[in-house]
Design a protein around this ligand. Structure first.
Ligand code: PLP
Length: 414
C-alpha cells in the first residue's frame, strides 16, 4: 500500500544529512562543551557553529542573541515568562491571541494565576488579528505582546510586521512564536521587527527535543531556570550537543530549500484546495485563502467526525491530522477552530494536511482519489447527516458565514 505522510506540522523526519552531522556528536565528539580539554572544545565549537547557523537563518545581528532550549514549548515559556517577570515593576498586562499554540496560551494562563492580566484577542474568520486590535488593547500596564507568526492548525500567517510597528511605537516588547514559519516562509527578525522569537528543531527536519529562543540585544528579560552558566545563564544545564548540531544544520538546509519548496508545495496546496472544494459538498476551507503557509491545507467537513476520517485515511496509508484530537478522553474541538467562529459540530469534522519536502504530485493525486469516497461513506453512516441531502452548490464550499443561503433545514438539524 502507498504510504503518504501529510502531517509535517506535527513533526518531520530527521534529514539524513542532519542525522549524519548529529551522529558524530553522539559518539566520537561526545565531550561536554563546558570542559576545557580537547573533547570539550570540540563540542563547544559545534554548539557555536550551530548558534551561528540559527543566527544567520533568522537574520540576528549577533550570535549572543540565540539561546538553545529543550523544545519550542520551552522557548515560548522562556520568552514569555522571562519578559513578564523581568518587567513586572513596569506593569502586569500581556496581549496575545486566541489562536496561539498551547505553549503560549497555557503559559499566559499560568501568568494570569500569578497575578498578571492577559488580553486574548479574538481573530477574524481566517484566524488573523490586526495591528489595530493590538493597538486598541494596549494599556499603560502592557509589558508584552505575543502573537504567533503562522498558525499550526489553519496555516494562517499573521501580519507580524504591522503588529511590531505598533509594539515599537508604544515601546512594548514583542514576541512571536515562529515554530511553524521558520523554513517555510522568510523569517527575519529585523524585517518582522520582533524582540523575541522562538523556533523548534523537529518541524524542520531536525531532531525532537531541541529549540531556540532569539532575544534582541537590550531586551529586558530574566531567566526562568537556574543552574550552571550554560547559554549565558539563560538556559542552564549541559547542552544537548547532538540536538543543537542537528538544529543548526536543519535550519541552514531549510532556509536554502525554502523558496523551491514553497513554489512546488503551494501549487499542490492550491490544487488540493480547489479539488476538494469542487468534489466534496459541505466543505469549509479553514484559515486564510491566501495568507497561509505554502505547505498547509485545512478544511472542516460538515456531518463528519474527524477522528473517523483520520483513521480511514490511515487505513489507506495517508497520515493527516484532525483538530478535534481526542485528548484525555474528552472530545473538545480545537480552540483555534472555535475561535474562528466554527460551531463545535463543524469543528469536529476538521482535517489538517501539511506537506513536506518529499511529497510528490502522486501523493496529492492519491489523496484526491482517496478522500471523497471516505467522506461519502462516513456521511452515509453518520446520524449527523440523517435527513440531509448534501447539495453540491458552490456556496457550500465557502466560509461558514456565507453558508446559510438555502440550508435552513440543515441548520435546524443541529
Ligand atoms: N508553537 C507552535 C506554533 C507549534 O506548532 C508547536 C508544536 O506543535 C510548538 C510551539 C511547540 O514546539 P515543541 O513541540 O518543540 O515543544
Amino acid at each position: 500500500m502507498r504510504k503518504v505522510y501529510f502531517d509535517h506540522s506535527a513533526t518531520t523526519p530527521v534529514d539524513p544529512a542532519v542525522a549524519e552531522e548529529m551522529m558524530k556528536y553522539l559518539t566520537e565528539h561526545f565531550g561536554n562543551p563546558s570542559s576545557i580539554h580537547a573533547f570539550g572544545r570540540e563540542a563547544r565549537k559545534a554548539v557555536e557553529k550551530a548558534r551561528q547557523q540559527v543566527a544567520t537563518a533568522i537574520g540576528a545581528s549577533s550570535v549572543g542573541e540565540i539561546a538553545f532550549t529543550g523544545t519550542g514549548t520551552e522557548a515560548d515559556n522562556m520568552a514569555i515568562r522571562g519578559v513578564a517577570y523581568a518587567n513586572r515593576h513596569k506593569g502586569n498586562h500581556i496581549i496575545t491571541s486566541a489562536v496561539e499554540h498551547s505553549a503560549v496560551l497555557n503559559c499566559c494562563k499560568q501568568l494570569e494565576r500569578e497575578g498578571f492580566s492577559v488580553t486574548v484577542l479574538p481573530p477574524d474568520q481566517y484566524g488573523r488579528v490586526t495591528a489595530q486590535q493590538v493597538a486598541d488593547a494596549i494599556t499603560d500596564k502592557t509589558i508584552l505582546i505575543t502573537i504567533m507568526h503562522a498558525n499550526n492548525e489553519i496555516g494562517t500567517i499573521m501580519p507580524i510586521k504591522e503588529i511590531s510597528e505598533v509594539a515599537r511605537e508604544r515601546k512594548i516588547i514583542f514576541h512571536t512564536d515562529a515554530v511553524q514559519s521558520v523554513g517555510k516562509i522568510p523569517v527575519n527578525v529585523d524585517e518582522l521587527g520582533v524582540d523575541l522569537l522562538t523556533l523548534s528543531g523537529h518541524k524542520i527536519y531536525g531532531p525532537k527535543g531541541v529549540g531556540a529562543m532569539y532575544i534582541r540585544k537590550g531586551t529586558f528579560w530574566h531567566p526562568i531556570m537556574f543552574g550552571g552558566g550554560q547559554e549565558r545563564r539563560r538556559r542552564p544545564g549541559t547542552e544537548n550537543v547532538a540536538g543543537i548540531v542537528g538544529l543548526g544544520k536543519a535550519v541552514e538546509l531549510a532556509t536554502q530549500r525554502m523558496h523551491a519548496d514553497a513554489e512546488r508545495l503551494s501549487k499542490y496546496r492550491d490544487r488540493i484546495i480547489s479539488k476538494v472544494l469542487e468534489k466534496i459538498p459541505h466543505t469549509i476551507l479553514t484559515g486564510h485563502p491566501k495568507e497561509r503557509l505554502p505547505n498547509h491545507v485545512s478544511f472542516c467537513f460538515r456531518f463528519i467526525e474527524g477522528e473517523s476520517m483520520l483513521l480511514m485515511l490511515d487505513m489507506k496509508g495517508i497520515a493527516i491530522s484532525s483538530g478535534s484530537a481526542c485528548t484525555s478522553g474528552s472530545l473538545e474541538p480545537s480552540h483555534v477552530l472555535t475561535a474562528i467562529g466554527l460551531s463545535k459540530e463543524v469543528a469536529h469534522g476538521s482535517l489538517r494536511l501539511t506537506m513536506g519536502k518529499d511529497n510528490t504530485e502522486e501523493d496529492v493525486e492519491y489523496f484526491l482519489e482517496t478522500l471523497p469516497p471516505i467522506i461519502e461513506r462516513l456521511r452515509a453512516m453518520s446520524p449527523l447527516s440523517e435527513g440531509c441531502n448534501p447539495c453540491a452548490c458552490s456556496t457550500c464550499t465557502v466560509h461558514e458565514e456565507d453558508h446559510h443561503h438555502d440550508h435552513g433545514e440543515i441548520e435546524e438539524e443541529f
